[in-house]
Ligand binder design. Sequence first.
Ligand code: ATP
Ligand code: MG
Length: 419
Amino acid sequence: MNITAIRGFNDILPGDSDVFRLIESEAGRVFSSYGYSEIRLPVVEKTELFSRSIGETTDIVEKEMYTFPDRHGDSLTLRPEGTASAVRAYIEHKLYTLPVAKLYYTGPMFRCERPQKGRYRQFYQVGAECLGDDSPRADAEALSMLMTFFERIELKGATLQINSLGCARCRPAYKERLKAFLAGRVEGLCENCRRRVGANPLRALDCKGHGCIEATKDAPSIIESLCRPCSGHFDSVMAHLRLSGVEARINARMVRGLDYYTRTTFEIIAEGLGSQNAVAAGGRYDRLVAELGGPETPCFGFAVGMERLALIIREGVPVRPLGVFIALGSPAEEKGAALLKEWRDKGLKLIEDFSAGQLKNRMKRADRLGARYVVILGPDELGQGVVTFKDMASALQEKLPWDGVPGRVLQGTTGAVES
Ligand code: ATP
Ligand code: MG
C-alpha cells in the first residue's frame, strides 16, 4: 500500500503550523478590536448556495467546485469560499435583527485548480464580513483594518488595488459597452471567454489568458460608466482611505472572479510570490443577502489567503525555543516534575527526556529534537538548587538557580507565536 495525500491537498507541518497560528491569532485579535466576532461555518453546503451567489458563469462554479451527490441524492459542495456561507448563516439565524453584523471566519476552502506555488486545491482563508452598513466609511474601515492586520504580522510591500463595479443601475450599460467593444475582438479571446461574452463579458477582464489580456487592453473603463451615487461612493471611499493613511491604486480592469460584487472591489498584491501574488481580495456586495432570500442588506467583506501570506512571512516569525529537560536519578525526576510544571506555566516549551542511558546519548536525542537548550538536573544540582543549562547553539554551559530558568529562556522572545 502506498497512500499519499491528494495533489493540491497539503499537510501543514510543525513549524509552518506556527505561522498559520500566528496569522489566525493576529487576525482574530485585530478584527475583534473592530467589533468583529468569529463565526464557525460548515465546510459543506448545498451546491445551489454557491452556484446562485458566486454566479453560474464564473470559473469557480463552472470548473472549480468539488461537487458530489450525498447518499440521499442531494447535491453538495465543499465550500470554495466563505462569504456565501456567512450570508446564508446571517439569513438563517436572523442576524439582520442587529443594526450591523460583523463576522470573521477562518478555515479551509476547496477549489479544483491546477496546483502550483501559492495555488492549492485545499487552501486556508481568514475572512471578514460587515453586513448591514452601506456607508463608504465601512469600506474604508474594513480596508484599514486589513492593512493593520498586515502590519501586525509584519507583511511588507503589500499594495492595495481598488475598483468599483457599479450597481444594478449602471453596470448593465457598462456591460453593453464592453460587449460592443469585445464584439470586434472575439477572435483574440480564449474559448471560455468567447462562450461567456454574451452572458458575462466582465469575465474577459479577469481572464489570465494572453489573448484575453491583449484583447481587453484598451477596453472602456468601468469607473467612467458609474452612475452618480456609485461614483460618489467610490470617491468617498478613496477620501476616507486617504484620511486613514491607506494608499490605494485604482485598477479599472479588476472585476474579481465572483459575480456578487457591487461597487467597491479590491485586491491586495504582495511581493515575492510570482504570479500568484494576490494575498487578499474582496469588496462590497449589496445585493447578495436579498438575492438569497434575506432583507435588502448592504455588505462589505474580504478574504485573505493564508498559504500565500505564510510563504512570505514565515522567515520572520518568532518561534518560542524548544528545551529538553533531563533528570538524572529518581530524586531529580521527582523535583523535576514540580519545576517543569512551574516553568511550563510560565510559558516555556519543554520536552522531558524519558530515555535512560548515558548523558551523552540523551544530549544527542535532545539535539535531534531540535532543542535550543537543555536543562539538566542531577544529584549535584539538586543539592545546590541549580540546574546545568546548556545553550545548544553556542555549546556554552552555565549553572542557573531554578527560578532563573524562565528569564534566561524568555529573554528576547516576547511576542512569540504561542502567546
Ligand atoms: P486568484 O486570482 O489568485 O485565483 P481569486 O480571485 O480566485 O484569486 P478569491 O476568491 O478572491 O481569490 O480569494 C481570496 C484570496 O484567497 C486570494 O487573494 C488568494 O490569496 C487566496 N486564494 C484563492 N484561491 C486560492 C488557491 N487555489 N490556493 C491558495 N490560495 C488561494
Ligand atoms: Mg481564482
